[in-house]
Write a protein that binds this ligand. Sequence first.
Ligand code: PB1
Length: 324
Amino acid sequence: MPWPTHRPRRLRDSKVIRDLVRETKLSPDDLIYPIFVVSGKNHKIPINTLPGQARLSPDEAAKLAVEYRNLGGRAVLLFGIPDYKDEVGSSGADPLGPVPLAINAIKEAAPDLIVVTDVCLCEYTSHGHCGLVENNRVKNDPSLAHLAEQALTHVRAGADIVAPSDMMDGRVGAIRQVLDKAGYEDRPIMAYSVKYASSFYGPFREAADSAPSFGDRRGYQMDPANRLEARLEVELDLAEGADIIMVKPAGPYLDIVREVRNLIDRPLAAYQVSGEMAMLKAAAAVGALDFKAAALESLLGIKRAGADLILTYLAPEVLPWLGK
Ligand code: PB1
């Protein structure tokens, strides 16, 4: 029976009724805050392409962690910016590198904050690719041991979860095997399983100084035109031992978030990347958007599409606005 029997507006009539029947809600537990760490002390170097973000030394990362925890934040994701780079990204497995030292400092200052670490070679290699390079080609299998060694270094330093973002085939299984062999069978893997060769990573690459010195990442990250292929990536990573599946980027890929949500009964993460954040900030800066409303709406859309966890640089800004 259509109108006048059915009137959808009855449930939009007041804020309290709308609050009562709202289908999707954002919570502090949904958010993971990516931060960039460097070596040294007293460093808080603003990242121009990521307004509000900075390259933090371990002591400054610990201070930020306490502030973030006090806002109700539950988890951070660490990206390391090393003092040295080489062809195989060995600084990524240096136990005295920025990520292990930041883990120690954060865990000491905010023990109940979950620390996730990004595992990849691009920040640590002189060529800026996510795997080893031979004859200008990114070699898959030789990269796996280096990625697993980096993950083990992070876990030994106290990382709660490791998150391989490299998109090499077989890396989840390789990391799982090395962690289990070393006695860390209890540490989860959050796999960037469905990660696209996106043009929305620009600000990050500048922040992390991780742009490839030649070519691009289309030989290992997914083609933005592909949806069905996401199913294969998810299936393989789950079979290799992934505990959490991630889709990345998020906003331009909500159809993929929904597709993967409908496919799996495991926790699903989605990463609102640097370019997504930069667009929101730039539009708000010229008065084209109300930043608070647009930021919350962008995150709500990612949650509504099916993500349980959202990686976002906006986390500390939006936390005070949740539930209001
Ligand atoms: O916010 C972002 O843009 C994240 C970028 C992402 C980090 N995992 C990758 C960007 C890239 O492909 O260069 C880094 C890959 N390891």
